[in-house]
Design a protein around this ligand. Structure first.
Ligand code: CUA
Length: 331
């Protein structure tokens, strides 16, 4: 049987590090958040593993039963010892927590100058959209030295985007967005895997991150440009046309039935129930699918739901369009 998505699937090539204890060669700035603490934990746990095994064997021999009428000596604890084995592990745990938390934050907060790529997972293929350029690709091609922010969503089931060389991994989920970033400074090719079982061809859901020099990236983009619309332009078209958004939302900041979308992306809004939210991909998507969920204060609950009326690409296009309105310098 010929599955249309599986023609010519990319394959995982065995690398020299596979089957070893060590992490693959570091290929992204994000590895700084993972490698030092990983090796710290590896050496720390190895040290205590061997120490405990050694002490256990020493005690087995040293305190073995030497005759039938030998009595166990009376023991009533040892305060300095008990303080030591409580305080030292407590300090180690706090160090591991703070270190790990800092790494977690570093992995989940992309640098401000990141380039945006949208990642879509489906059974059993990855696709990458370059929203500013109207380019779509099944290989993630990026310029060297450039931080890249991945905004990821799935169209069917749960997948997980995993690049071992970059130490980045996150679930990719239908109807939600998850974010990762990386910055690869040297040209090279890196394996992408799906790390969440997603059905029959999960193990073949593979592709590559190809890091190339800036010039080569520009040439590739130019060659890939579709005659069709960029996501931003598609969003603009839906906003004014199919979506009918402009009937209630102005793009110039004036007040209509609903809030203006001018500069709305990234803005903090107060909701009718007093909560404060930041307008991000997640909020815009939710507001399109279930508008009654989070009404902005002082506006009437008047918006119809768009669930089933806009597909994922159209929702992404609208978000990119709102984002492009926010990108413009303020007058
Ligand atoms: Cu997609 Cu496993």
């Amino acid at each position: 049987m010929n599955w249309p998505l599986l023609q010519d699937p990319p394959t995982a090539e065995p690398a020299a590090w596979m089957g070893s204890f060590w992490l693959p060669p570091a290929a992204s700035a994000t590895t700084d958040a993972v490698d030092p603490i990983f090796y710290f934990l590896l050496y720390l746990t190895s040290f205590f593993f061997f120490l405990i095994i050694a002490v256990t064997f020493f005690f087995i021999v040293r305190y073995r039963k030497r005759s039938d009428n030998q009595k166990t000596s009376a023991l009533h604890g040892n305060l300095p010892l008990e303080i030591a084995w409580s305080v030292i592990p407590a300090i180690l745990l706090v160090v591991i927590f703070v270190w790990g938390f800092n790494g977690f934050m570093a992995l989940h907060v992309p640098p401000g100058n990141s380039m945006d790529v949208r990642v879509t997972a489906q059974k059993w293929q990855w696709s990458f959209d370059y929203p500013k350029d109207g380019v779509s690709s099944t290989v993630l091609k990026v310029p060297a030295g450039q931080p890249v922010r991945l905004t990821m969503s799935a169209v069917d089931v749960l997948h997980s985007f995993y690049v071992p060389d970059f130490r980045i991994k996150a679930d990719v989920i239908p109807n939600r967005y998850t974010v990762l970033w990386f910055q690869a400074d040297r040209p090279g090719s890196h394996q992408v895997m799906c790390a969440e079982y997603c059905g029959r061809d999960h193990s073949r859901m593979l592709t590559k991150v190809e890091v190339v020099p800036e010039k080569e990236y520009r040439d590739w983009l130019a060659g890939q440009k579709k005659s069709g619309l960029s996501l931003v332009d598609l969003g603009k078209e839906i906003f004014a046309g199919k979506g009918g958004c402009k009937a209630c939302h102005s793009v110039d900041g004036s007040r209509l039935v609903g809030p203006s979308v001018k500069g709305v992306y990234g803005k903090e809004e107060t909701l009718a129930d007093g909560r404060k939210i930041t307008v991000d991909d997640e909020y815009i998507r939710k507001s399109l699918m279930n508008p009654m969920a989070d009404i902005v204060a002082t506006y009437p609950p008047a918006m119809p739901p768009y669930a089933g009326r806009l597909d994922d690409e159209e929702v992404n296009a609208l978000i990119e369009y709102l984002k492009s309105l926010a990108d413009q310098p303020k007058e």
